[in-house]
Design a protein around this ligand. Sequence first.
Ligand code: COA
Ligand code: AMP
Length: 630
Amino acid sequence: MGTYKAIYERSLADPEGFWGEAAAALHWEKPWDKVLDPDAKPVPRWFAGGQINTCFNAVDRHVEAGRGDQAALIYDSPVTDQKRQYTYTELRDAVASFAGALRAQGVEKGDRVLIYMPMIPEAAIAMLATARLGAIHSVVFGGFAANELATRINDAKPKAIVSASCGIEPNRVVVYKPLLDEAIEISSHKPSACIIKARPQAEAPLIDGRDLDWDTAVAQAQPAECVAVDATDPLYILYTSGTTGQPKGVVRDNGGHAVAMHWTMKNIYNVEAGDVYWAASDVGWVVGHSYIVYGPLLAGCTTVMYEGKPVGTPDPGAFWRVINEYGVKVLFTAPTAFRAIKKEDPEGEYLKHYDLSAMQALFLAGERCDPDTLFWARDKLQKPVIDHWWQTETGWAIAANPMGIEPMEIKPGSPTVAMPGYDVRILSEEGDEMPDGEMGNIVVKLPLAPSCLPTLWGNDQRFIDSYLSKYPGYYLTGDAGYRDDDGYLWIMSRTDDVINVAGHRLSTGAMEEVLAGHSDVAECAVIGVADALKGQMPLGLIVLKAGVERDEKELAAELVKRVRDQIGPVAAFKLVTVVKRLPKTRSGKILRGTMVKIADSQEYKMPATIDDPTILDEITESLRALGYAK
Ligand code: COA
Ligand code: AMP
């Protein structure tokens, strides 16, 4: 741990020196007054007084430095059979034109632009164009329904919305425009303009006076220059699941984010300008923000934007084809993608058709990486497989194996060690530090590293209540785990009602709110049960109102549709069982954790505070009928 240890320790002992040096790699319109302002509220802020433009650093800077002809973005879409590349010059011009189109609609510094788009280059162009104007984007994942979109429109209050006529899933065309129209209809805030990219797979009738066609708007636009903003001004808001139906608007600033993103590319992923980097995720998630768009572009890499799946588009060799075709050096995805490939091609037959010699490493994150998946990937690829742990809130890895500093021993099941800037501690419920090897709440001592959220959009109090109040002076990650004798971190589970389905972070509380709205439901609980492919799947336990008699299958179908319509297909809510009663503590708290253990056939301790232990037998029986609790 020689080099890593020295670098890590310096980052904590001299954060200003450490991040100040890292920041020098970027172009600043005005240097910062202080690398770290320790007195800022609610948390210390990075690069206070500095001015920067993130789009300039991600795009224009490379053109000015002579990289104009290098590929910046490769679009590869097996679902539409299309491929397209943008050089840095082409990307700059496309971004400047679209920024002009946004500006023509009145978008200025500080305004919000909501982006609801599939994985097409225009999604990244819209993000960068918003950043170019010093405005703030909020990307909403395409798998969310109108209701979720409306919640975000009401919270972010965008001046403009950018969307497309459709997204394409292997089994269907997802028409976006009706969802967008419905969301605007039900939201109290109304955007003044919507710009829609028409795709041939679906038409999108435009509403006069509000909607504009992307191509027309761009054709009429004057290219816009970069607008410098304060380093502490927001670059984007990304909504993520919390414990309730109201998602949390994670705010990312411009300066700290750009510095951290740039730093990670060499130090964690070991890639440099000119290398091809591929995050097989979606721009709607934090992985897409950080490692499809900003990280690779800030570092002058070539980023791959892939509109397809690991399997079925057309086969489980899809990832190997892309790596081979573009010489991908680093692939980053969620373990679930590898479980999907392994399921369809357990022997790795498809690998034999491709040359993966350019590939240096596979990085996995988004959910716990089970050792079986890691072993399979390592065995088949014959490359290092690196698990790393992070969250929407941080924007980059809290723990990783820093391949560009010092590749460290891999312990399957552990995302390795804390990254510079993160003073990770494991605390007991009472706030005492746990000895090595013992589980506790994982927290980060303030200040958080650059790029971590400075607040929740428009809601300092919720930020304080959710993350800072349990242990004053520490940020609560919401994960539980331990540190071993070698300093490795082990991330074992969430401590709240957040579950992880196919690498997608979802709120069981939000699903419960939707189920509880059904007229036959008296009360309900949603738990995350283990799933061999997706890691976890949501399962709803329903208590009917007195006197209600329903065919269980029919009711289940109604509830499944309700969650799909109100949250979206991404919730993957398919499992429902009707129970007579829910197990509770004497004070009335539903024992969700105990039910998870029963469903997953794990041993559990009878909770001392349980009101009526016999209910657990009834629950076991119902779960067994669904194929759980074996
Ligand atoms: N727009 C609309 N619908 C979407 C969508 C999008 N962008 N993305 C997913 N959906 C839909 C799917 O079509 C599916 O619908 P269905 O119920 O009609 O089948 C539903 O949402 C659930 O999606 P998902 O949980 O992703 O399951 P899947 O069976 O479609 O795919 C995997 C499973 C493992 C192949 C896929 O989740 C995957 O590739 N995941 C790993 C990569 C990743 O995205 N990671 C995210 C963070 S790094
Ligand atoms: P998201 O905000 O969607 O990135 O989800 C973040 C959450 O996913 C974390 O708080 C963890 O619960 C989980 N997670 C992400 N990466 C890992 C990992 N490598 N190991 C274990 N859990 C992970």
